[in-house]
Design a protein around this ligand. Sequence first.
Ligand code: GCO
Ligand code: MG
Length: 440
Amino acid sequence: MNRRDVLRSGGLAAAAALFSPPLRASDPDPTPRGLSPLKIAKVRPILTAPHGRIRFVVVKVETSEPGLYGLGCATFNQRPLAVKTAIEEYLDPFARGRDVDNIEDLWQVAYTSSYWRNGPVLNNALSGLDQALWDIKGKRANMPVYQLLGGKCRFAVPCYAHSSGRDLSQLEDSVRRNLERGFRYIRIQMGGYGSPHLSAQADFETAGFGLPVESHMEAGPYLRATPKMFEHIRTQCGPELELLHDIHERVEPLAAIQLCKELERYRPFFVEDPFPPEAIGYFRLLRQQTATPIAMGELFNSPHEWVGLIAERLIDFIRVHISQVGGLSVARKIATLAEWFQVRTAWHGPGDVSPVGHAANAHLDLAIHNFGIQEAIQFNQATHDVFPGMPTLKEGYLHVNEAPGWGVDLNEDLARKFPLPSDPGYWLPVRRRDGTAVRP
Ligand code: GCO
Ligand code: MG
């Protein structure tokens, strides 16, 4: 075939062949340059807290090539030292000497190396390793990770901002500020999850039950205030704005269903976490009664939690915390599964995901078709200094840079200047009036 025939037939592969003949197995050395065998030399946790009280855990994987390393997020704010131990005592000895290129194989064998699996501590450790290997692969390919995943489906990542206020006027001010900053998707809460300040009398406190730092929340005031909050913001800020809300599992399942039904008329973009993971059986009942779009999953650790919800179309947005499910390798499979069921993604992106984890969220967001929305945080300057190259938020969009891998580095000298807070980081209970603890 001559050049003109190739162009006429329109065969892209044939056209490419004119310029660069493909490698064949019979060629003397079919190994593409840049993929000479490389081994894992060390898997090391780095703990740092430049963003206030948030305890970042980042894994650094060093390789047998001096200076070539990768970073991964293993942040579990409530148990950082348990993750550190899992990495130092178990994952590092397990991974050393293995091939850096075979990410999927390494993930599979490390996953079952504890025999018992799918728990938050080990999943975070595994995510640190997994994401660091993707970072290394990007550096070896000289490409950002989103390119390895197939390239961009959008120019940048649309994000939602958080707005909160103790009363409606404070909340409205916060929404207006976010609109001015360029956000078009805004999560609205009345003074934190479940509006604890709306609940006046805490009999358990008077009785000396529990600890003074623990908070009180009654379901009634929250359930009455939330539709009014939507009504107010819709009326004052108009129909264009996309509104989101996080129930944060703080009410009984049927109360959550009633609330989702009431909110349907305000056309929320999504309502998040109506039930705790132990109550996922209620999603079927919820679905039968309302078309309010539902986001779920930040507390998930196991495929047993997300596979059925997706395959039965019981949720609209899957919002797992990528390090809690074991890393990028798992999240991209979840996204692929979800695509065929018209479930979109909304990866968990709060302050307690490290900048490396936010980069992983964003690279995946760029490359998948069924992206829905991304939760994002405006980190302080200290965090940007510790993690040079981290994604940046502009006009409601998250941008990654074009450097190979995640494009994020870690300044270890600076990271050491931000040690973890001295308290362990417990998730403190929220109690009902009589002291009963509410399960998040
Ligand atoms: C969200 C959340 C978080 C979690 C936190 C737990 O952003 O949707 O629910 O704020 O509560 O990440 O550590
Ligand atoms: Mg949430």
